[in-house]
Ligand binder design. Structure first.
Ligand SMILES: C[S@@+](CC[C@H](N)C(=O)[O-])C[C@H]1O[C@@H](n2cnc3c(N)ncnc32)[C@H](O)[C@@H]1O
Length: 275
């Protein structure tokens, strides 16, 4: 497959030529004498289940490349759709739009919106929150990395992180909260053991829907924080569509739609506060 013996050795150790290429590329600056040892150490960690993204230390999300480590969830491709939906809504929003990303992790959603809106020549006010200090520290570094220093980061549990002045003022409220039920976790891929539990697992909803509590909290709070006509976009688990739509209806949100992700799996609730 290749003339580079180290690449061949790594590909065999990982049983993946593609991952071997990525890891070796990451070691491009390492002195030749230390390269083999470091490459094989990474291969061992990979074989022990550590996600490739954490080993590389960065990962692309839409147009940006984000630092990733064990303090935050690795941004998933399905969340890219949530950003598309946010940008669609913003393209029809009047000036001075406010976007809020609750539970920002690496900052994937908030930073993408800030960077892509700027590229369109539009300035939006973007806020990003998380209850995890580690995640916020990582997101702040990512803001520097992608040149989105205008994004404001706030610490606190869901809406508690927001200043009262934002009540009734948010144009687009985005969130990809944890939505895995505690009982489901042991059945998940081994790689997920390396991601923070707080980023993955949520209690059951009040209606008994497994893992729905955080999604429910976000939907329930949306009418208070959204501007009239403002949009909520919240990612949820594959089996949570009915609960999400019912919850949105119960709290008086309108124009409720639920989007499938690219794999055809129910994934994102879109709902509006009435004008
Ligand atoms: C599924 S991860 C999503 C991270 C990021 N938004 C993304 O899409 O990659 C959920 C995030 O919610 C945060 N989180 C969990 N409980 C929270 C709470 N009570 N208040 C605010 N954020 C919370 C976690 O720390 C984590 O960063």
């Amino acid at each position: 497959m290749t003339a580079d013996p180290l690449l061949a050795e790594l590909a065999k150790a990982l049983d993946s030529p593609r991952e071997a290429l990525w890891l070796l590329d990451e070691l491009g600056d390492v002195a030749p004498g230390a390269r083999r040892e470091q490459a094989l150490a990474l291969a061992r960690r990979r074989r022990d289940g550590e996600p490739l993204q954490y080993l590389l230390g960065h990962w692309p999300f839409r147009t940006i490349d984000l630092l990733v480590d064990g303090r935050a969830l690795i941004p998933r491709p399905e969340t890219e759709l949530l950003v598309d939906l946010a940008l669609d809504v913003l393209s029809f929003a009047p000036g001075s739009a406010v976007v809020c990303d609750l539970g920002c992790g690496t900052g994937a959603i908030a930073l993408s919106v800030a960077v892509e809106e700027r590229a369109r020549g539009t300035v939006v006010d973007v806020l990003a929150t998380d209850v995890s200090r580690g995640a916020l520290a990582l997101a702040t570094r990512n803001a520097e990395r992608v040149g989105a220093m205008s994004v404001t980061f706030l610490e606190g549990s869901w809406y508690d992180a927001l200043p009262a002045a934002l009540e009734g003022a948010i144009t687009v409220l985005c969130s990809n909260p944890p939505y895995v039920a505690p009982g489901e976790r042991p059945r998940l891929a081994r790689e997920l053991d390396f991601e923070p539990v707080i980023a993955l697992v949520a209690a059951d909803g009040t209606d008994g829907t497994p893992g729905f509590a955080a999604v429910e909290t976000i939907i329930e709070g949306a009418p208070r924080w959204l501007a009239p006509g403002g949009t909520l976009l919240v990612e949820h688990g594959a089996d949570q569509r009915a609960a999400a739509l019912a919850c949105a209806e119960r709290v008086g949100l309108v124009a409720r739609r639920d989007h499938d992700d690219l794999a055809g799996i129910p994934r994102i609730l879109e709902a509006r506060r009435p004008r």
